[in-house]
Ligand binder design. Structure first.
Ligand code: HEM
Length: 491
């Protein structure tokens, strides 16, 4: 048993009753959290209406707590509305730490461990080249195209489902469910009045204020449909023997294992990946576009690297990766500079814990402040600048690990992003092929004047920029021919 002794970690002075709720309404909360870290240190405690929040803003603190003590820092908060009422309690990102979450992680590790990733390479190639072709055809709609790419890649990797070119029904269902989840069910961190006053869930549906119960019923039906429909598609296509290998088919192959419990875990785990891959992928891609627009010299240097290693008559493949260090440096710097999920996702602490003489109380929500670490001047001199050259210098392995953005941008410990290995392949391939085939620059107005892109962030969880102006066009006729050739060779 732990002793409840010691002061709480320092933090901004709470307002009576409301706690620090005023501090938390700030846009880009990670900026405020980083200011607190400068004033109070790398472990900051804040409370909101009785809920403790702890922000960890250094590699040491995230490592010591979220990683090394992962078994008590791996829970998620109980969410009555999101979990119980809307049926999302079995989505991987919301499952409480325990048997279900361990079984889900086992499935994910099996299907997305490093050794399984090459099996997905053909799917990644198809989806990426299709995306680039659509980008070239309609560059103004790059955001929409990126959503379609992220959704299509996930559907094909998870269910072996290749979306139709127009009005695909699974993509439409996916969009609707993700929108529901992100903007309705779990907006504002997923905290509803019923989470603070659980008795509200017993309100009769005629009572004033019970509207959320009716909403939950409709939303739950939609989420369940999105869990069942693509899963049933895999099962049906496996029966006919005509199917593309996928996360689900790989795990369903051994029929003896197919107990109802196994299938329940599998279909919820599969579904969780759609929402988890959408905004994250789009955020990373957007930061890549912004970086290339703002640093034409970086794009040119990477294009020269590809031209000299790969040549101009074909596109980069996974086999070229080791010979393209500058492309990898760009990938690193896009992760570091873009900081896709700046406060990661909160973990719930399961027991009182003592750290450097401070008490971190059971039930606190713990945020890894990835933003603060990625902007740490001692690790990254001139941290605000996009500069891939910083990853071209040789440094000792320990320092390389500390500066590797993958140690942070995919989250921490027992909840670390299970899609990391897949992303490592798919985003690398996307960047390398965009660099090989596209010119990306600031847009110009009708008089030919450069339009400075307006970059603004309005999402509470992802550092996803609002739509900005950007000029995307094919780099050359040769690049277009190489793209056509790659697609023909596959067909
Ligand atoms: C560049 C793209 C991506 C980034 C930056 C990213 C980042 C993250 C982060 C920061 C978390 C929270 C980890 C934590 O709580 O400590 C997370 C969780 C998760 N990610 Fe990703 N992710 C990406 C793509 C994907 C993809 C493609 C998939 C699936 C194929 C995926 C599946 C998941 C799942 C299921 C979780 C929940 C894990 C849990 O709570 O146990 N992610 N991701």
């Amino acid at each position: 048993a732990r002793t409840r002794a010691g002061p709480l970690p320092p933090g901004p002075t709470p307002v009576p009753v409301l706690g620090n709720i005023l501090d938390l309404t700030a846009k880009e909360l990670w900026l405020a959290a980083t200011q607190w870290a400068k004033r109070f240190g790398d472990v900051v405690h804040v409370h909101v209406v009785g809920q403790g929040l702890v922000f960890l803003s250094s590699p040491e603190a995230t490592m010591d707590l979220l990683e090394k003590k992962g078994s008590i820092y791996g829970d998620k908060p109980p969410l009555v509305m999101v979990g119980e009422l809307c049926g999302c309690e079995n989505m991987v990102a919301f499952t409480r730490y325990g048997d279900v979450s361990r079984r889900q992680r086992r499935l994910l590790n099996q299907a997305f461990g490093t050794s399984s990733i090459p099996a997905y390479h053909p799917l990644i190639e198809t989806e990426t080249h299709g995306f680039i072709r659509r980008l070239i055809a309609d560059p103004k709609k790059y955001m929409q195209q990126a959503r379609r790419y992220a959704g299509g890649l996930t559907l094909s990797v998870v269910y072996g489902y290749e979306p139709a070119l127009q009005n695909d029904k699974f993509l439409a269902l996916g969009e609707e469910s993700v929108d529901l989840l992100a903007n309705k069910i779990a907006s504002g961190g997923g905290i509803w009045p019923v989470d603070i006053f659980p008795a509200l869930k017993n309100l009769p549906t005629w009572a004033p204020g019970s509207g959320f119960l009716l909403k939950a019923k409709v939303w739950k039906a939609k989420m369940t449909e999105f869990v069942d429909v693509p899963y049933n598609f895999v099962k049906a296509s496996m029966k006919t023997g005509n199917y593309v290998p996928s996360f689900c088919s790989m795990l369903l192959e051994d029929e003896k294992k197919c107990t109802p419990e196994f299938e329940f875990d599998l279909k919820w785990t599969a579904n969780s990946m759609y929402g988890a891959s959408m905004d994250t992928t789009i955020t990373v891609f957007s930061h890549f576009l912004i970086a290339m627009m703002q640093h034409p010299e970086v794009l040119v240097k990477a294009q020269q690297e590809i031209d000299s290693v790969v040549g101009k008559d074909r596109l980069p493949t996974f086999a070229d990766r080791a010979s393209l260090p500058y492309v990898d440096a760009i990938l690193n710097e896009v992760y570091r500079w873009g900081v896709p999920v700046p406060l990661s996702l909160p973990h719930r602490l399961m027991e009182d814990d003592m750290y450097r003489g401070m008490l971190i109380p059971k039930g606190s929500l713990i945020f890894g402040n990835v933003w603060a670490i990625m902007r740490d001047e001692t690790l990254f001199p001139n941290a605000a600048a996009f500069n891939p050259e910083r990853y071209m210098e040789a440094v000792d392995p320990a320092l390389a690990r500390r500066r590797d953005p993958r140690s942070y941008v995919f989250g921490f410990g027992r909840r670390k992003c299970p899609g990391e290995n897949l992303v490592e392949a798919s985003i690398w391939f996307l960047l390398a092929n965009c660099i090989a085939t596209l010119d990306i620059s600031k847009a110009r107005d009708e008089f030919g004047n450069v339009v400075e892109p307006k970059i603004d962030f309005n999402n509470a969880v992802f550092r996803i920029p609002d739509q900005f102006d950007c000029d995307i066009r094919p780099r050359s006729q040769e690049a277009l021919a190489a793209l056509r050739l790659a697609e023909v060779m596959r067909a």
